[in-house]
Design a protein around this ligand. Structure first.
Ligand code: ADP
Ligand code: MG
Length: 390
């Protein structure tokens, strides 16, 4: 952390010839529970983790934003008055989108020099995109000193990603990158944006992310299909159950009373979402009681449901989960994120983390011929100031 901080300051001096006045960071995240519940206006349980995008900046006297990414070793410049989509340096659309979204909500900005460096693996499902968005947004807020709640900043990031970058995502990633808390998971109601921090003592248990290395194929079309199946389920159930606007409004009891009237596939999709919401709600009691055995069981149930009912798993994810579950110290394992490839997460007893990693690596390699990337995660604070000399 101090080494990265020093390197980022060096980069800033090299590119801009001065010292940054502010340095902030915003973390990546994991989805602990709540698989495909967000667009059903349900509940999710992510945690901010120990990888982040760090951003150093200083204000300029003009109306130009200059951003250098050490990861891409490239600098872009654009005027505040005309923020355009960049088809060459595509990464810069994340900062551009955030700057534009801030201006759209009426914030009066000023030019700035910015240098960033991230150690969130890009495109692995740990949300480097939310990390860069929240790093840029929080940096501008800190440099300029304007008031903005964490929730509103998260919405700025989502707006940037949806409207400017053109990626259709929910609010979870930005929300937890901004508002996460050390040694806590974050319970979030995706409809009301009410949230609560729940204790997750990561000196006792670690969240271990195992990347299957399978590139996520089919995600977009299957994602859209699942969304429309959920809408259909909610429409059908709404004929028999009052006040159903989304699957979030269907209780398990009401679902059980009416599920036999649903077409098979629609029933399976609804059953996953309704019981996944129940699991996220249950995790609140479980974590308040520090009951990690029960928390791990929720991971297992969640995966089985994503695999059998929502059908968003794949051979590689199922194999990885099977291997993780029988490796030393494992208390539960599940796929995380959209599915069809990408990563699993396991809850692992702290003392077994080394042995767990070794076993998973060996076993997965033996079974698939592919060497997985493994990240041992702790739960960390959301966006924070690293240094402020203003
Ligand atoms: P994920 O969020 O799962 O890591 P995404 O495709 O949503 O993957 O977002 C990754 C994109 O975010 C990168 O391709 C890049 O455009 C941008 N990005 C993330 N981190 C950085 C960084 N440190 N510097 C520049 N761009 C970054
Ligand atoms: Mg992303």
């Amino acid at each position: 952390m101090t080494e990265r901080f020093a390197r980022l300051k060096d980069d800033f001096r090299k590119i801009f010839g001065t010292n940054p006045s502010v340095v902030v960071k915003a973390p990546g995240r994991v989805e602990l529970l709540g698989n495909h519940t967000d667009y059903n206006e349900g509940f999710v349980l992510p945690a901010a983790i120990n990888v982040d995008v760090m951003a150093a900046g200083e204000l300029r006297d003009d109306e130009i934003i200059a951003v250098y990414s050490a990861n891409f070793d490239t600098k872009v410049e654009f005027p505040l008055s005309n923020v355009e989509y960049d088809t060459v340096n595509k990464w810069s659309n994340y900062p551009r989108g955030v700057i534009q979204a801030l201006q759209d909500t009426g914030a009066r900005l000023q030019g700035a020099n910015i240098a960033i460096h991230g150690n969130v693996p890009i495109g692995s499902g740990l949300s480097s995109s939310a990390a860069i968005e929240m790093a840029i947004g929080f940096l501008m807020q800190t440099l300029l000193g304007f008031e903005m709640s964490g929730k509103d900043m998260a919405l700025i990031g989502q707006r940037a990603e949806n409207k400017f970058v053109g990626v259709n995502t929910g609010i979870m990633d930005q929300f937890v990158s901004r508002l996460g808390k050390k040694d806590h998971a974050l319970f979030l109601d995706c409809r009301t944006l009410e949230y609560e921090h729940l204790p997750l003592n990561t000196s006792e248990v670690k969240i271990v992310v195992c990347d299957t290395m399978k590139r996520r194929g089919l995600v977009d079309s299957e994602y859209d299909l699942r969304r429309s199946q959920c809408e259909e389920a909610s429409r059908l159930l709404g004929q028999w159950i009052p006040n159903v606007h989304a699957l979030r409004d269907v209780s398990a009891a009401a679902f059980e009373a009416h599920k036999d009237k649903l077409p098979e596939v629609i029933r399976k999709r609804a059953e996953h979402v309704i019981y996944e919401n129940e699991r996220v709600l249950k995790s609140r009691e479980v974590l308040r009681a520090n009951d990690y055995e029960a928390f791990g069981r929720l991971f297992d149930e969640s995966h089985n449901s994503s695999r059998d009912l929502y059908e968003v798993s794949c051979e590689e994810l199922d194999k990885m989960v099977e291997i993780c579950r029988k490796s030393p110290g494992a208390m539960g394992a599940r796929l995380t994120g959209a599915g069809f490839g990408g990563c699993t997460i396991s809850l692992v007893k702290n003392d077994f983390v080394e042995a767990f990693q070794k076993a998973v690596k060996t076993d997965y390699e033996k079974n698939t011929g592919v060497s997985p990337s493994i990240y041992v995660c702790t739960a960390e604070d959301g966006a924070s100031v690293v240094a402020n000399d203003t």
